[in-house]
Design a protein around this ligand. Structure first.
Ligand code: H53
Length: 824
């Protein structure tokens, strides 16, 4: 065993001093006192105390970077799913234990106080959470980086269930303000919309002038992002929209008091609410305006900073700036940068285009056609008339100079690669725009990156060999192990260096312990204690009693047909049926745990939630099966709930149809915390199996090639329905009133979708899935074998540290070097 290095430098403060600081803030910042303060006030007072360290770090980091004229990456993302910030900030500053002790001495459990913090849910799912992990890693690696996004007033909706059905309620994360944000009015920007473009002829040449129909203000809110160890503190800059003129006094004076507000109401709508669709293109004008609003404000911010340092000498622009597009959502930033360089700075098109391409890179997160954004050409023309012209010009030059040169006279390829789609009225393909305007394009797991090259952009890949790359996703081990699983972290620290949250490969030192029965017992005792804790959460949230001795079988992710929560459901029904047929059916008791939000307009996803809730109601209350199966659907799944559930999970269900899940990141969090993956050969599951060893995961179902083959042969779900007695019986159950007494047919939509269409081949994979579930059952009953597999998973997941992902981006895409902030 190697010596223990200190991980996070401990700040220069004692428990006593921390207590005094908290009390000082309680009194002087919160205006209350110890005897009277609510838990929320204590929470805010701790945040204010922690901010004393953080704000200092923000200025130190800024100063260092400005002084060195540092190259920086700007990470543009419509979503940042941050969750809570307090515990992460305490951990990264090395203050957690100190704060814990201080609060104990004041008569509180820190964990209790932390519960007061609302989640910052400014994202839908994987893509938004990835952005949050990535900015943690950028700060940890001391990379000069800034995240840019939208300061939504309402994040992702709060989910409730009413009679088994999902109901959406508004999220209010800022109802009482947030201690973590700093408003920076001095960096306000103006964003233009609508209007028309004039061609001005002058001095024998011409240029374009955009006369906008309206303008609005973009106000930046900065959220400090503390790197692990606390050296560098980067910021996440979120833009809030406001009316240009807050109040029209002329209208007011002429008696139009209410009208005076209308402009402000419209402008404020832009940052009002996050679109709740994950992987579906909303296609709404307001969404396009959101995308442009934050892209334009961010580009303007980059330009402001650059001009402050270099005036109008743009020769160093590309050397100092990288712009990363998180999916196509900010793709409009490409023509926006062209507009600023050409129209405002007077740079030639050719020069500006070279700069733009060298600056941008694009991450693709999906192959699903419904997620690949396309905007009606007319809509862009109306909202952003100058940008539409620029897109036409980019496209014309691309087709003429690059496509025509490579494939002379080939109109078929031109049609396919064009940024403009001629079918369905004219549409602007944001994926094509992103590829054409970037110097690098990456997928998010090896198989996904291969499919991006092979199926999505094969000609583009031929045109620009080397442009398409893979960067496998990752997760931050600070939040997803150290902070969320203190018991396991403590156990680990008895055996590995204390800086494992930074260098996750240090966990390989646990591998030899996988066969050590003492360690196995300790490891499984941690899991059991985490499960005992979660039993209480389940009781509180769902009023269902479960036993920590059962297998905790977990599927947590957005609800989508391709993720196949209904495959899980079919198996639950089959198990239940087996128990009804034979009460002695041999199985280890199991708790099936779901967490998932459905997009409010996604009919079938909502029907699947309803079906799971109805089956749960019946199964949980049927004395005949003697508690062998319990099913719980946790309402309002979110980051803070994931942090409690993941450490308690035994089985991690990653059961998407092969080829559909680009990567997945929940799979990494669960495996790191010792859950056994039950999964298809999809996304990062493949790499998890490679790292942990195939014997330590349970793989089932068709692989990508078999999926293609099955489809080519004319997939017929009815065949599986007719030929599998158990499958037929459970699907028919959905048509009856067995789970919805007195109301037959309430669950039929799910059945008929599967039997008649089954776009994600649930029925084809059913038998293989059921067999894999039997393997899980057998493995769990071999206690030593299970413990061994779980330990090996924890010990083998270093590859999925988001620090590794970010290092890959820095090396292969951004060409970015760390710059450690100067000490005080
Ligand atoms: O992005 C994750 C992947 C996951 C993929 C997800 C995603 C969204 O959450 C939203 C839109 C989109 O195009 C993709 O589904 O597989 O792990 C982060 O890369």
């Amino acid at each position: 065993m190697s010596g223990k290095k200190s991980a996070a430098p401990k700040p220069d403060m004692t428990v006593k001093q921390f207590k005094e600081t908290v009390i000082k803030h309680l009194r002087s910042t919160l205006g209350t006192y110890e005897e009277k303060a609510s838990k929320q006030a204590w929470n805010q007072a701790i945040a204010a105390s922690v901010n004393e360290f953080i704000f200092d770090g923000v200025s130190r980091t800024r100063k260092t970077h400005a002084g060195k004229d540092a190259r920086a990456v700007h990470y543009l993302s419509l979503e940042f799913l941050m969750g809570r910030l307090m515990s992460n900030n305490l951990q990264n500053l090395g203050l957690y234990e100190l704060a814990d002790k201080a609060m104990k001495e004041l008569g509180f459990e820190l964990a209790d106080i932390l519960e007061e913090e609302p989640d910052m849910a400014l994202g839908n799912g994987g893509l938004g959470r990835l952005a949050a992990c990535f900015i943690d890693s950028m700060a940890t690696l001391a990379l000069p980086a800034i995240g840019y996004g939208i300061h939504y007033e309402h994040g992702l909706f709060r989910q409730e269930f009413f009679k088994g059905r999902q109901v959406e309620r508004p999220d209010q994360w800022r109802e009482f303000g947030s201690p973590w944000e700093i408003c920076r009015p001095e960096s306000e920007q103006v964003v233009k919309l609508y209007g028309y473009v004039e061609t001005v002829y002058e001095n024998g040449g011409s240029h374009k002038v955009w006369h906008p129909g309206r303008t609005m203000r973009a106000i930046p809110w900065d959220i400090p992002i503390v790197g692990y160890g606390g050296h560098n503190v980067n910021v996440l800059r979120l833009w809030e929209s406001r009316a240009d003129k807050f109040f029209d006094w002329d209208v007011f004076n002429s008696g139009g008091y209410v009208d005076a507000y209308t402009e402000s109401v419209q402008a404020e709508t832009v940052s009002k609410v996050l679109y709740p669709n994950d992987e579906t293109d909303a296609g709404k004008e307001l969404r396009l305006i959101q995308q442009y609003f934050f892209s334009a404000a961010s580009i303007a911010d980059v330009m402001r900073r650059f001009r402050n340092a270099h005036g109008n000498d743009f020769s160093k622009f590309t050397a100092l700036n990288a712009l990363q597009l998180n999916d196509t959502h900010p793709a409009i930033a490409i023509p926006e940068l062209m507009r600023v360089l050409v129209d405002e700075e007077g740079i030639s098109w050719a020069e500006a285009w070279k700069m733009t391409r060298e600056t941008f890179s694009y991450t693709n997160h999906t192959l699903l056609p419904e997620a690949l954004e396309k905007w009606p050409l007319r809509m862009i023309q109306h909202v952003l008339p100058r940008h539409m012209e620029i897109i036409f010009e980019i496209n014309a030059r691309f087709l003429k100079d690059e496509v025509e040169t490579k494939w002379p006279g080939n109109d078929g390829i031109k049609r396919k690669l064009s940024i403009i789609e001629e079918a369905n009225g004219q549409m602007v393909r944001m994926g094509n725009l992103s590829v054409v305007g970037s110097h690098a394009v990456n997928g998010v797991a090896q198989i996904h990156s291969d499919l991006v090259k092979k199926d999505l952009f094969p000609e583009m890949n031929e045109l620009w060999p080397g442009k398409f790359l893979n960067v496998t996703n990752g997760i931050t081990p600070r939040r997803w192990m150290k902070a969320c699983n203190p018991r396991l972290s403590t156990l680990i620290e008895k055996h590995v260096d204390a800086d494992w949250p930074r260098y996750l490969e240090k966990l390989t030192a646990l591998k030899p312990l996988a066969d050590d029965s003492k360690f196995q017992k300790e490891y499984m005792a941690v899991k059991h204690a985490n499960k005992e804790d979660f039993v209480k959460v389940i009781k509180e949230l769902t009023d269902v009693d479960v036993s920590a001795d059962a297998i905790f079988d977990v599927q947590i992710k957005r609800l989508h047909e391709y993720k196949r929560q209904h495959l899980n459901l079919l198996y639950i029904m089959a198990l239940y049926r087996r128990l009804l047929i034979n009460p002695d059916y041999d199985m280890h008791p199991r708790v099936f745990i779901f967490g998932a939000k459905a997009a409010p307009g996604y009919y079938l996803a909502k029907e699947i939630i309803f079906a799971i809730n109805k089956v749960a109601e019946k199964v949980n209350n049927d004395p005949r099966i003697k508690d062998k199966i319990k099913v719980v659907f946790l309402p309002n799944y979110r980051v803070s709930l994931a942090e409690k559930l993941i450490p308690a999970a035994d089985v991690s269900q990653q059961i998407s149809l092969a080829g559909k899940e680009a990567s997945g990141t929940g799979n990494m969090k669960l495996a790191l915390n010792g859950a056994i993956t039950l999964g298809t050969l999809d996304g990062a599951n493949i790499e998890i199996a490679e790292e942990a060893g195939e014997e330590n995961v349970v793989i089932f179902g068709m692989d990508v090639d078999e999926v293609v083959e099955t489809r080519e042969q004319g997939y017929n779900p009815g065949h599986y329905y007719q030929n599998n007695e158990e499958l037929k019986a459970v699907l028919d159950w959905l048509d009856s009133d067995f789970f919805t007494p007195g109301e037959p047919g309430l669950l039929s939509a799910v059945k008929h979708n599967l039997v008649d269409h089954d776009p994600y081949m649930v029925l084809a994979d059913y038998q293989s899935y059921s067999d894999a579930q039997s393997k899980i059952d057998a493995l769990y009953r071999d206690k030593k074998a299970w413990a061994r597999a779980a330990i090996i998973n924890t010990a083998s997941l270093a590859k999925f540290n988001s620090d590794r992902s970010i290092q890959d981006y820095a090396d292969t895409i951004w060409n970015l070097k760390p710059i450690k902030a100067a000490a005080k």
